[in-house]
Write a protein that binds this ligand. Structure first.
Ligand SMILES: O=C(O)CCC(=O)C(=O)O
Length: 312
């Protein structure tokens, strides 16, 4: 049972592959995030010797600022995330993209081609792709990607104008195969492609199997966005093997779960690791390891779901 998602949102997530929430952040939240981006950008520039107009992206962004960390269990977004993918989840990746306006003389390559002078200059012209496709090519029976993860796209700067570094998507393409995209040689029919024009403070919950790419930034504003990716706990994250123990120790139980830890501190292979190992990322003997489950059940019960849930 859904604890937050409306019927329309369920339909959008199923059919288009994404749900857009304009005006997601309050003005204060947005100001805090933008200040955090500026602070982190200054540190990245110093560490990497970059100039003020150089683009960069960082992964495991949650470890770089408390404002980014606070996004992983944002009280307005977490219920929608759990409705979409369930409670047995953790963070796969958190990324910040910082893309200043293109220099005047830099010609953009065609959108989604992965080519062009901009790409050469380090302003990544992201090729049309669904995430994780390379992992599943030729292994899935019908060639389609299984539902493995979702991301939340947080828009921090103004992307309402075309060519501001907008995210482009092909609605419904999570139902198509990566092989089809490759057969098209990544030339998506312009009639199917949508350039999302979103205001600062908007959020989008999306299936990363949706074909997507990023357009050039020909505006006079720096593109500042984040993606927070969630997947099942039995998969391995891309951004970390283990998060910093100090960060985990300072976190709430739900946050510890999302950070890929076992909040109970028990043996990851269960109570009988020598004779009956059972990864606690798969089978949860200890409900404390997955506090999002009780969190979900409480909300679902309040919404009228059966008060007894099956406890396997
Ligand atoms: O920067 C973006 O908005 C999207 C990046 C992207 O395509 C990806 O991480 O798969």
């Amino acid at each position: 049972m859904a604890i937050a998602m409306t019927e329309q949102q369920k339909c959008d997530f199923e059919e288009k592959g994404y749900i857009i929430l304009e005006d997601f952040f309050s003005a204060d939240e947005l100001a805090r995030l933008l200040a955090a981006v500026d602070e982190v950008a200054a540190r990245v520039r110093q560490a990497k010797g970059l100039g003020p107009n150089d683009p960069f992206a960082i992964r495991n962004a949650l470890a770089h600022h408390a404002a980014f960390l606070d996004l992983i269990d944002h009280p307005k977004m977490l219920p929608l995330v759990v409705d979409a993918i369930g409670w047995n989840i953790q963070i796969r990746t958190t990324h910040l993209d910082y893309r200043p306006p293109y220099p005047q003389d830099l010609a953009p390559g065609a959108v989604g081609t992965g080519k062009g002078a901009d790409h050469q200059a380090g302003y990544r012209n992201v090729l049309w792709h669904p995430d994780l496709a390379n992992l599943f090519e030729a292994t899935s029976l019908d060639g389609r990607l299984p539902f493995m993860e979702l991301k939340v796209f947080y828009v921090l700067s103004d992307l309402t104008e075309s060519n501001s570094g907008n995210l482009w998507v092909v609605p419904g393409s999570h139902k198509r195969t990566p092989q089809e995209l490759r057969a098209l040689d990544y030339n998506v029919d312009p009639a199917e492609a949508v350039e999302l024009r979103l205001p600062p403070g908007a959020a989008m919950l999306w299936r990363t199997a949706v074909w997507h790419c990023v357009g050039p930034n020909l505006s006079n504003k720096t593109r500042r966005i984040m993606h927070i990716g969630y997947h099942h706990r039995w998969m391995r994250p891309t951004d970390y093997l283990q998060q910093d123990p100090e960060l985990i120790a300072a976190s709430s139980p739900i946050r510890r779960q999302l950070l890929g830890a076992l909040p109970s501190g028990g043996n990851p292979l269960g109570d009988d690791p020598d004779f009956h190992p059972s990864s606690q990322y798969w089978l949860t003997q200890n409900r404390e390891d997955v506090p999002l489950r009780a969190w979900y059940e409480e909300r679902a019960t309040a919404n009228g779901a059966a008060s007894e849930f099956v406890h396997l």
